[in-house]
Design a protein around this ligand. Structure first.
Ligand code: ATP
Ligand code: MG
Length: 508
């Protein structure tokens, strides 16, 4: 980064107010060509709001914004796109029915001599671009058929095709595998060389140290500090973000497992093959695997959401296959990794979203005790520090991480006998992560069985009593808390059996 040159983007005294919330208060932010400027902060700190102002989606209520020295006032996303500003959103905005190629070049298709779309050229260029990310997929595939990770890479290919001068990435790695993250980072380095400026939002602080040149910390809509990354350490970032010292990252107490609550026998679904697992009362079982290993499919199969062969028993009673309703009524809870598909009722209030499943707890004689319902919702909003102006706020207006926390609250309130949590802290800030770990621990202590699927190794190692590792739909290792080491788990996740000796590698 060359600080002597002028900033591409300069924002001064930016203010944005929503009913009941000051999302941004007198914020300064700037971006140089060829730098990666990371933006971090707790859930609801205002990161996405700043980005939406840069992208023309929101209009600021105060402050100034200049682009290459000249004042700008974006009235719509089209204005920002015209200035070659490309945002890869937290929620993807590809058109699912269009092909990869069409999505990459949406709005600027290559044209033939007579102004007609040159489809061959379109496909050729798309193949080249998409291929440069190591994505080996026919560019004519509809985007709706891709995995989230692949869609993300299409979004980034689109940014390249636009020859953007500013690229904004809002939590881009939340659904990527380590190999895909590497590809993303090398494309980021490529963007830097072309003197493009990159704004990088993430809750994964280790990523900041891998890709970013400078970092800005937001707290409660205010800019706390901007510094070169090299002059900071993780614990500084955490302190600036949460405004206090964070102790005890994984609050974990000794487990006393009781009787078997959940049992999967010979489960096969999709690429899952003959999967057997038990979860006992009072136990936290961690299921670890790299993306594509099948850990997320298991969550859905156990819940009856994906069809399977084999049997799932809850407290000895078989669950009806293909019936989430049956699973819930028998005492199973599921928080999936995908909050948008996951029963978030966007146009309903925060309260309704939290009390949705547990509603019968507040019902008697045909009445719902609204006061008890409100009280329970309020308690959970407080416990998980969900940032919302009121319980009546529509949940879709909450920040991404706070929506996720509300879904978590839903299951905490329901208190199922076995709770399946798939990527429970994806998109959640460091402070709230600790709170969620504490809650998982205390629920297990009260006798709940918890099954956690995560692609994050430190998380699994920090909270699980027993760790089951998967590779390509099969179990390749199982470790007690005492046995588990990072090396052993990684070896198992790479397809080597439990003791990590390559000669026992599982045949594909
Ligand atoms: N359209 C909106 N209407 C009302 N309030 C909003 C709207 N958009 C954002 N907010 C509020 O503004 C604040 C900042 O939200 P923002 O989405 O910018 O947070 P964030 O830093 O991106 O958080 P996260 O890490 O959870 O994604 C939050 O309190 C949020 O509820
Ligand atoms: Mg956000």
């Amino acid at each position: 980064m060359d600080q002597s040159q002028n900033a591409i983007l300069e924002m001064r005294g930016i203010r944005k107010v929503f009913p009941g919330v000051v999302a941004l208060n007198n914020v300064d932010f700037d971006l140089y060509g060829g730098e990666v400027h990371a933006l971090v902060g707790e859930n609801g700190a205002g990161k996405s709001t700043l980005i939406k102002i840069i992208s023309g989606l929101y209009q600021r209520d105060g402050g100034t914004m200049t682009l290459n020295g000249k004042p700008v006032d974006f009235r719509s996303p089209a204005d920002a796109i015209a200035e070659r500003i490309k945002v890869v959103y937290q929620e993807l905005d590809l058109v699912p029915t269009l092909s990869i190629a069409e999505n990459v070049f949406l709005g600027h298709y290559p044209r033939g001599r007579f102004g007609n779309v040159d489809w061959r050229e379109l496909n050729r260029r798309a193949t080249e671009l998409v291929g440069s990310f190591g994505l080996d997929i026919d560019p004519q595939t509809p985007v709706g058929q891709l995995r989230v990770a692949e869609q993300q890479l299409v979004e980034i290919a689109r940014a390249l095709s636009l020859q953007a001068q500013i690229i904004v990435m809002d939590e881009p790695t939340s659904a990527l595998s380590p190999a895909e993250v590497d590809k993303l980072f090398s494309s980021i380095r490529r963007f830097k060389q072309s003197l493009c400026g990159i704004i990088y939002v993430s809750h994964k602080l280790e990523e900041i140290y891998q890709v970013a040149d400078r970092v800005t910390v937001f707290r409660d809509g205010q800019c706390i500090i901007t510094k070169p990354v090299a002059e900071t350490q993780t614990h500084d970032l955490v302190n600036w973000m949460v405004g206090r010292e964070l102790k005890e990252f994984f609050p974990k107490t000794e487990a006393r497992p009781g009787k078997t609550l959940l049992e999967a026998r010979h489960l096969s679904a999709g690429r899952l093959h003959d999967f057997n697992l038990t979860v006992r009362a009072g136990e936290v079982v961690g299921l670890f695997g790299l993306l594509g290993a099948g850990i997320h499919t298991i969550a859905r199969a156990l819940f009856g959401d994906v069809s399977y062969t084999g049997e799932v028993l809850l407290d000895g009673k078989p669950l009806k296959p293909g019936s989430p309703t049956d699973a819930i009524s028998k005492g199973l809870g599921l928080l999936t990794e995908n909050r948008r598909e996951d029963g978030l009722v966007p146009f309903q209030s925060v309260q309704t979203n939290i009390t949705l499943v547990a509603l019968q707890k507040f019902a008697s004689g045909g009445w719902i005790h609204r006061r008890a319902e409100t009280q329970a919702a309020a308690e959970h909003v407080h416990r998980l520090s969900i940032k919302t102006p009121s319980l009546r706020q529509k949940i879709r207006l909450l920040s991404g991480g706070n929506q996720q926390k509300a879904l978590m609250a839903r299951w905490l309130l329901q208190k199922p006998r076995v709770l399946i949590l798939s990527e429970p802290t994806r998109g959640i800030d460091v402070g709230s992560k600790v709170e969620i770990y504490r809650l998982i621990d205390s629920m297990a202590h009260e006798g709940m069985g918890v099954l956690v699927m995560s692609t994050e190794l430190p998380e699994i190692m920090g909270i699980a009593d027993r760790i089951v590792v998967m590779y390509e739909g099969r179990i390749t290792g199982e470790f007690t808390r005492a046995e588990a080491t990072q090396e052993r788990i990684i070896a198992a996740a790479a397809g080597m059996t439990g003791n990590g000796r390559p000669e026992e590698a599982v045949a594909a």
